[in-house]
Structure formats: structure tokens, C-alpha cells
Write a protein that binds this ligand. Structure first.
Ligand code: PLP
Length: 374
């Protein structure tokens, strides 16, 4: 089965991992810091904290944003459930704002109508790699005194109004799962411009341990002493995986370019195919495309999904509206809450998109899809 997304691993990637395996540090060593520094360069210099997954990154971001019980977090339903689940795990109430029908991104006007004095964070998702409307979102969070969070799991390397993702929100999270644009197998990161939020994120990743005697409450024990002031978890990503991440980030420019080329190819080859709506791109954005999401109209999405899969083409659906998951249904969230997101879900199909997809494979995908829809 041709997958909808997959990693691209080079001999240089393998060599980088092997080198760390032969060295002294398997985890919490120099490769972690080097990976964070390299990622920070893609984020306009904003410092990054690397963690074990994109989900861990979201959890850490909500901790750094001070999200807790009684708070509200406004986010999009058109995302992987972790964007909302991690806020709920912090004890916050999640409010879902509807999306723009063309980009699938959170609609600032919908956010505006949901913001209250209890809003602690607004979390946008750069759906498919296309940045959300950050200037509009920033105006809303500034007025509300809320933290602007970007779930940029799809969007490492994307830009908005000539500013890179990582620089656009107060806290930006990344995922390095194999289907994503850059991989560490499992991994994630948080970019945090504010030093206090950065420190809180870094500390939570390591059990909340306080090592600097200057910050300790009872520093007199000796050199071994460390204290926990706030509970944390072990979200430390190993050096082995960061070595892969560094090597992958060196290839991000090429990944972006090949993905852009394939997206341009789909746009040309699928233009005018009946019953299909192609993804939009706002002229002020430069997406680093993670997905190629089409909308299959006329109620034919399921049929097209089944027939493409039967033909060995691993199309995917991204995503079930987050509040359709039974865990949210059980909390009282009802269908119909976000009509645009539900309409998007009903038609959405992701076509194969990854750097090693060949032109011939892409032509096969297009031919198969066109044959079904004609
Ligand atoms: C992949 C993804 C996540 C979760 O990342 P993991 O690394 O799989 O934990 C969160 N949000 C979005 C939008 C994603 O695509």
C-alpha cells in the first residue's frame, strides 16, 4: 500500500544515529541541545525544549501557559485529538471554534465569540502545514489576556507574512512522528519566547526538578541535592533520536521544496476534475505542506476512500472533529457544534504526500482518483 505519508531516511541520518550510539550520551546529552539549537534557527531564534512526542509538547505548552482547572482553552475541532485532550488533562474546559472552509484553519471570528475572562489559551493548528491567521488571533488573545498557542505539528518550516512558524505564537509545538515533515521516530518540541515559560517547560520535562542551588528552598544538603517544587513528568527525548532530528532538519529545506513541487503537481493535474475541491493557499503564507487535503463533494468521500484503498493507494482522513470522540460526547459536547468543521470532515481526503513520492507514483494517484470521479 502506498502510504499517505512516510519518513525519508538517508545514509547520513543512519550514520548520525550510529555515531551517538557509539558515544557516551544516549540521553540528556549534547545532541539534545544541538537539536534544540538547530530547531530554534527554524523558529526565528525562539528557544526550544525538545520532548518525547507532539502530544508531550502540547501538554508541556499548556503547563507553561499556566492552564489549569477552571480555565478555558479555545481550539479547533479539525485536529488530532491530542490538541484538545492535553488541555482537558490539565483540567481546563475546551471550547471548540469553527474553521474556515477553504484552509480548514480556526476562524478568528469564531474564536472572538468564544473568548471570555476565563480564556487562558487559544490554540490554533496550522492545518496541513498552512499557517493560521496569527495577526487576527494575536489581536484577540492580547485583548483577552490569553496565551496564543500554535500546534504546528504539520507546519515546521512554514512561514506567515515572512515570519517563520515558531515566532508567531507565544508557545509553538511540533511533532516529529514519522508521517510528519521531519522525524525523530517519536518526538516533539515546544518553542517558547518568554524566559519564564521556557524555564517552566524545560523543568516539567524533567520531573520538575530544580537543580540550581540559588533556586532551591533548602540548598544546604550538598552537591547531590535536587528538589521538586511543582510536579512534572519524564518527557526527555534521547540523544539517539535527537541525532536523527539534527540530520533531518539539515534536509528540511529539501523536504519543503519537494513537498511544494508535489503540491504544485497535484494542483495542476487535478484542476478541473469534477467533484473535487483543492486546498487553498493564502498569498501571505508559505506553507511547508504536510498534507494534501482535498474535499470530495457530492457525498462520495467514503466511496472514493474505499476504492483508492482497494487500489493500493493509502489515502487518509484528517480528522474526525475532536468533539465527536466519545470522551467529549460523554462530557456533553454535541454534534452540530461546528458546522464548517463537520462539513470539512465529511468531504476530506488526504492524498499521498511525502518527499520520496515519485512523479510516477503521483501520476498513478491522480489517474486512479480521476477515473473514479469522472
Ligand atoms: C501528530 C499530531 C499531534 C501529536 O503528535 P505526536 O507526536 O503523534 O504525539 C498533535 N497535533 C497534531 C495536529 C498532529 O498532527
Amino acid at each position: 500500500m502506498l502510504p499517505y505519508g512516510r519518513q525519508s531516511i538517508s545514509e547520513a541520518d543512519i550514520e548520525a544515529v550510529a555515531k551517538v550510539l557509539r558515544g557516551d550520551w544516549l540521553t540528556t546529552g549534547p545532541a539534545v541541545e544541538a537539536f534544540e539549537a538547530e530547531l530554534s534557527r527554524w523558529c526565528g531564534g525562539v528557544p526550544c525544549v525538545a520532548v518525547t512526542s507532539g502530544t508531550a509538547a502540547l501538554h508541556v505548552a499548556y503547563v507553561a501557559a499556566g492552564v489549569g482547572p477552571g480555565d478555558e482553552v479555545v481550539t479547533t475541532p479539525l485536529t488530532f485529538v491530542a490538541t484538545a485532550a492535553t488541555a482537558a488533562l490539565r483540567g481546563a474546559r475546551v471550547l471548540f471554534a469553527d474553521v474556515q472552509p477553504d484552509t480548514g484553519n480556526i476562524d478568528p471570528k469564531a474564536v472572538e465569540s468564544l473568548v471570555t475572562g476565563r480564556t487562558r489559551a487559544v490554540t490554533a493548528v496550522d492545518y496541513a502545514g498552512h499557517p493560521a491567521d496569527y495577526d487576527e488571533l494575536r489581536a484577540i488573545t492580547d485583548r483577552a489576556g490569553a496565551v496564543l498557542v500554535a500546534d504546528a505539528a504539520h507546519a515546521v518550516g512554514s512561514a506567515y507574512r515572512n515570519r517563520p512558524v515558531g515566532l508567531l505564537a507565544d508557545l509553538t509545538t511540533f511533532s516529529f512522528f514519522p508521517t510528519k515533515t521531519v522525524t525523530t521516530a517519536e518526538g516533539g518540541a515546544v518553542a517558547a519566547a518568554d524566559p519564564a515559560r521556557y524555564a517552566r517547560a524545560a523543568r516539567f520535562r524533567n520531573h520538575g526538578l530544580v537543580r540550581d542551588p540559588v533556586e532551591q528552598r533548602d540548598p544546604g544538603h550538598g552537591g547531590w541535592h535536587q528538589e521538586v517544587h511543582e510536579f512534572g513528568l519524564n518527557y526527555r527525548i534521547p540523544d539517539v533520536l535527537c541525532a536523527l532530528g539534527i540530520s533531518q532538519l539539515r534536509r528540511l529545506g529539501r523536504f519543503r521544496a519537494r513537498r511544494a513541487e508535489l503540491v504544485a503537481g497535484y494542483n495542476t493535474l487535478l484542476a478541473g476534475v469534477p467533484g473535487l475541491t483543492l486546498p487553498a493557499r493564502r498569498p501571505y503564507t508559505e506553507p511547508s505542506w504536510h498534507l494534501y487535503p482535498v474535499r470530495v463533494r457530492d457525498g462520495r468521500r467514503r466511496e472514493v476512500y474505499d476504492r483508492m484503498r482497494a487500489a493500493g493507494i493509502g489515502v487518509q482522513v484528517n480528522y474526525l472533529p475532536a468533539y465527536w470522540h466519545p470522551v467529549f460526547q460523554d462530557l456533553g459536547y454535541r454534534r452540530g457544534l461546528c458546522p464548517e468543521a463537520e462539513a470539512y470532515y465529511a468531504e476530506q481526503l488526504s492524498l499521498p504526500l511525502f518527499p520520496d513520492l515519485t512523479d510516477d507514483q503521483q501520476h498513478d494517484v491522480v489517474e486512479r482518483l480521476t477515473a473514479i470521479l469522472r
